[in-house]
Ligand binder design. Sequence first.
Ligand code: SF4
Length: 414
Amino acid sequence: MSVAEQKLAYLTAAGRFDICSPGECLQLLPVAVETRKASSAPEILPVPLENFRNSQEIPDPPVSTSRTAATGTREVSQAPAPRTVAPYISYNRRTGGCGRMLKMLLNGTCAYDCAYCPVRTQREPVSYSPREFADTFLRLWQDGLVEGLFLSSGIPRDVDYVMHDLVETGETLRRRGYGGYLHLKILPGATRADIHDAARVADRISINLETTSPDRLGGIAGVKDYRQDILKRQSWVAEEKPGGHTTQLVVGAADETDAEILSCLADQYRRVRPSRVYFSAFRSLPRTPLATHPDTPAWRAQRWYQADFLLRDYGITADELRAALDERGFFANRDPKVVLAAGRMPVNVNLAPRRDLLRVPGIGPKAADRILGLRRVRPFASPADLARAGVRGKAAARHLTFGDRDTIQTKLFP
Ligand code: SF4
């Protein structure tokens, strides 16, 4: 394995660094999962660079296309792909655009003290220079192995140097013909000028909130100032990249309640309107101050994804959503939309406005629009009839009635 490949192995974020990388529902390719399971390397913490000198053979990646740097067009690649790269490429199922995405750190160490983060425990000063990383990444891209890049970094020295390197990497890639998806992480405390430059060169930028308030952050990351280093920078991010920025919360790391997270989200959508908020369930890691802190159950982060969709895409307000919380938070293993619907009267599928249809479990924005169009032509007669609009009848039917307009008029004016 070449030095560049060893660095790639060490600094890749895929499946290793959940904290400074945004998660974004990334999933390792099946081949990577199998390889990692078979490996003697630790599951979460990066293994020492030394270990990669004896790494096991890795199957060929299941990729057969390539691109030219000059035109960005695809061609069939005759050259076999590097055999050591596949496990570090993530497959993003949700974007529908960027596909295979490399998640990387430019620097593998950090001088900050975030109690939940595996990077702070790393001692090997492994890093890429912008030019070196651009060379490595462009090779992968031209071989058709990757289609997108998420680039973050630990902060081993002054944050301005690291931000400059992140931006310079993005600029180098663009200058050399890379036209694919590029997501750059904005580091806490970054300057306005660097945020401006990152927004110009990247498709998406993000800065992590990590938790809900200055007090909560103070308990897990004393070096960062929540208001100055994060919220102020996030308002710049929103101005420089409206509609193209995201953030992340580590659910449970700071013992924040679900009511606090809900208030934080309401504030986010009111103030800076992130295009997505990502939630990662806290996992304790050995050799960190939170090594004995209880893990957050996966369902709690899942509930937050559901609640976030309701806030963002369904027009449900934070005040409405509060009704889905009890004093401990979300009811375990119950979709907040189902909890809210349980307290409402059924609505008539042939008469209800879009707003009410969206509050029915099993009906999303697309299905609501289909119902509105189809019922003009022919009213829905029964739960089975909902299939016309692509709605699973059972989930929705108990919250719907099926009288048509004539039936309702007859009842109102007998
Ligand atoms: S700033 Fe904190 S979360 Fe980010 S890499 Fe450094 S220690 Fe980890």
